[in-house]
Design a protein around this ligand. Sequence first.
Ligand SMILES: *Cc1c(COP(=O)(O)O)cnc(C)c1O
Length: 348
Amino acid sequence: MPASPRADLDSLPPYVPGKSVPGAIKLASNEVPLAPLPSVADTIAQATNSVNRYPDMGSHALLERLSTGLGVPQQQIAVGCGSVSLCQQVVQAMCDSGDEVLFAWRSFEAYPILAQVVGVRQRTVPLDEHHVHDLDAMLAAITPETRVVFVCNPNNPTGTVVHTAALERFLDAVPAHVLVVLDEAYAEFVTDPDVPDGLRLVAERDNVAVCRTFSKAYGLAGLRVGYLVGQPTIVEAVRKTCIPFSVNALAQAAAVASLDAADELLSRCADISRERDRVRAALLEQGYAVPESMANFVWLPLGDRAADFAEHALANKVVVRPFAGDGVRVTIGTPEENDTLLEATRTF
Ligand SMILES: *Cc1c(COP(=O)(O)O)cnc(C)c1O
């Protein structure tokens, strides 16, 4: 009998990365548009001198820096090779086969893929008519098998948020055996004060964890580093599921340098959030339906016209991220890039 892969992988949907098209403006992957700060680039260059050595497997310098900055003990922080890796690790750490993970749909496209790769069952609950997590329906969908619930806040790809009272009511009602993972990949772009800070919820509750990343606000998507904050037992288990040395040395050094430059980087995020609000207002004026976004992208719920829109945008030199039959996610770029986008939307 020939060596053959697991049969269920035939049905695994591929992760579709945002396209890069030479000469076109890429607004497809929720990256920030500006290059790394000189201080961060210098640190990365320095770190290349030691890449003959393995990285620090415990990411000690980064852990220490995160611990001080967040005011959270180190044993409550796990560092991972991007927060998408931490999302997978948390499922591996919490679930046996037969167990279930639960998440809203549409949400981050990695969730169904990583659940299937790990080999656990998945249950999805549609977003409500405002493209927001339907927390009551999610609560009702929890079963004795549910181990992990992802709440992506703000939600990728819709940009919508769940507010403090609604999330706390949900957490109050979730059974103790269920870990709620708040995926806060876009936390730094949130300007609505009624969006809860997941770290406070972790501090107050035993069954909440938070995932964050250096890929978005901190501009290190190409280096792959993120972190999870949770109770020490959860963190210890998540660390056990990390592929050894997967958080590379350049990423660790760059993340520390980025935290040192946080003021400057977060002020870039504030500019992007302002641009987001400007772009949304312009789109509304052009007649598009666009839910309020708290992330660095906006969602155009175009349904069957999503693929056509993406083609039209590309003809106008803008790459967006279509989800066929559903909608289009457009990342906020520089003001000039956003103006090009708004020209394209005007003529669709
Ligand atoms: C981008 C993103 C991540 C993680 O990105 P990494 O580059 O793996 O850190 C996690 N969750 C959501 C919802 C995202 O959009």
